[in-house]
Design a protein around this ligand. Structure first.
Ligand SMILES: NC(=O)c1ccc[n+]([C@@H]2O[C@H](COP(=O)([O-])OP(=O)(O)OC[C@H]3O[C@@H](n4cnc5c(N)ncnc54)[C@H](OP(=O)(O)O)[C@@H]3O)[C@@H](O)[C@H]2O)c1
Length: 434
């Protein structure tokens, strides 16, 4: 039986998981496809130090990705290197030599996806990127095929496992972000430089891809308002719980009368909502459609095996298309601003807000804060205060009735100059409709 030959470039977390599944699950995969997926070559800078499963037989092992891309027998290249430098060269060169591509690279696809798809379609090859968002959750297939007949009105996600792990551990144990982060780093869950995770940048790339797939609009990471979780402290969970809410790094894309509002930010969400029960390093995506209404997708967002399954499944899809002579015809990304779902500023968003203060206590504080809110036409809903030992660093919370993000920003800016504040107020939106 004729086989389809693949080459893997990158044998790190994802590449090693992919290779293990291709080796261990080879017979099942062949039964499902009706032909074998043959691993013809593997590449990484330290390939000679890697353990290559012996069941794969004799395969090319190289440190030079060009050997994989230029090999005449290889039909599909899996780019599992990451980043936007050499990964872009590998994909470009593969497309130029007529090879189909599977990639797990959210960063590159979020910034250059439409152009790469355009080239792939013109070259008559296939391109797949399921592993680039939410590792083990097949959310690309859902948005491109499963619910493509619907009209998406909103998409909410927990798209970064590391920050979700940190927030849910802080919530459970009442420990600071710094101490949970240090533990996550020691366990290998978080990078030595945690910025991409806790500042929301990784989640922003993923939301750019999902929103483009869901709304068919050209969306780049710069369209998305981003705020990380660094300012969240255990006391915020205590106050959120008093309000029957919790705090998560929420990735949101919502169609409004004004346009598409996109954000990645910590937000209060009701504890009763399904997203609030997403714990630890798990990911979830909740999609609302005009016709089909709510659907929810949950699973592991990272890790060699869950992500490896996504890569192997993409390799299978691409191999089927190669065998049936069907090149990619339509890009999942728009190339132009279509208008209907045009991204607009998050300052147009209307929400209730949670405002947390730390003050050096003195008479008249609430009156002055309430005065600033009133001057911006913001109605105060409640004032909450947990017991505290010191008057010099006294936390309390004000919740505000639904208002525009712009009004809240104006109020916070004015409040930030007040001499009794220990730090700028923390303002978090309170999501309701999840
Ligand atoms: N980790 C996850 O769970 C996960 C989940 C979803 C998506 N992703 C995405 O998957 C991709 C890979 O992530 P990863 O975590 O597997 O990264 P990783 O562990 O750092 O692995 C990267 C691999 O690429 C190889 N490499 C780097 N530069 C190379 C070059 N110039 N030539 C040949 N090989 C080169 C490295 O080789 P050496 O080891 O020899 O240095 C390593 O094997 C990224 O785009 C990432 O965003 C990862």
């Amino acid at each position: 039986m004729e086989e389809v030959s693949v080459g893997l470039v990158g044998l790190g977390n994802v590449g090693s998981g992919t290779l293990a599944i291709l080796a261990e699950n080879a017979d099942q995969i062949a039964l499902k496809l009706g032909f074998r997926l043959k691993v013809a070559a593997v590449c990484s800078r330290s390939v000679h130090a890697k353990t290559i499963p012996s069941s794969l037989g004799k395969i090319i092992q190289t440190t030079d990705w060009r050997e994989v891309v230029n090999h005449p027998g290889i039909q599909v290249v899996a780019e599992l290197v990451g980043g936007t430098g050499v990964a872009a060269e590998i994909i470009d060169a593969s497309i130029s030599s007529g090879k189909s591509v599977v990639t797990a690279n959210k960063e590159l696809m979020a910034s250059c996806g439409p152009e790469i798809w355009d080239r792939a379609i013109r070259a008559g090859i296939n391109l797949a990127m399921e592993a680039s968002v939410c590792g083990g959750i097949p959310i690309h297939a859902v948005l491109r095929e499963g619910i493509s007949g619907d009209r998406v009105t909103a998409l909410y996600g927990i798209l970064n496992g590391t920050s979700n792990f940190i927030l849910t551990e802080m919530e459970k144990r009442g420990e600071s972000l710094a101490s949970v982060l240090a533990e996550a780093q020691a366990l290998g869950y978080a990078e030595a430089d945690p910025s991409a995770d806790i500042d929301g940048l990784d989640a922003r790339s993923k939301l750019a891809l999902l929103a483009a797939l869901a709304f068919g609009e050209k969306i780049t990471p710069s369209d998305i308002f981003v705020e990380g979780i660094r300012r969240i402290s255990p006391m915020d969970f205590q106050y959120a719980h008093q309000l029957q809410h919790t705090i998560r790094l929420v990735c949101a894309a919502r169609q409004t009368h004004d346009g598409l509002i996109l954000s990645v930010r910590p937000a209060l969400i009701p504890r009763s909502t399904i997203l609030a029960s997403v714990q630890g390093a798990y990911n979830a995506v909740w999609v609302k459609g005009l016709y089909g209404e709510d659907t929810f997708y949950y699973g592991r967002g990272a890790g060699p095996r869950p992500t490896g399954v996504a890569v192997v499944s993409d390799l299978m899809r691409v191999a089927r298309e190669i065998r049936s002579g069907s090149p990619e015809r339509v890009s999942p990304f728009a190339h132009e601003r279509l208008g209907e779902y045009q991204p607009v500023s998050v300052t147009l968003q209307k929400r209730a807000y949670y405002l947390r203060f730390r003050v050096d206590d003195q008479p008249g504080i609430i009156a002055r804060l309430a005065g600033i809110l009133a001057s911006k036409h913001i109605s105060l809903e409640a004032v909450l205060q947990e017991p505290c030992d010191t008057k010099h660093d006294l936390p309390f919370v004000i919740t505000a009735e639904p208002t525009s993000e712009q009004s809240i920003r104006d109020a916070v800016e004015e409040m930030s100059h007040l001499d009794f504040l220990r730090e700028a107020p923390l303002a978090l939106p309170m999501e309701t409709a999840l």
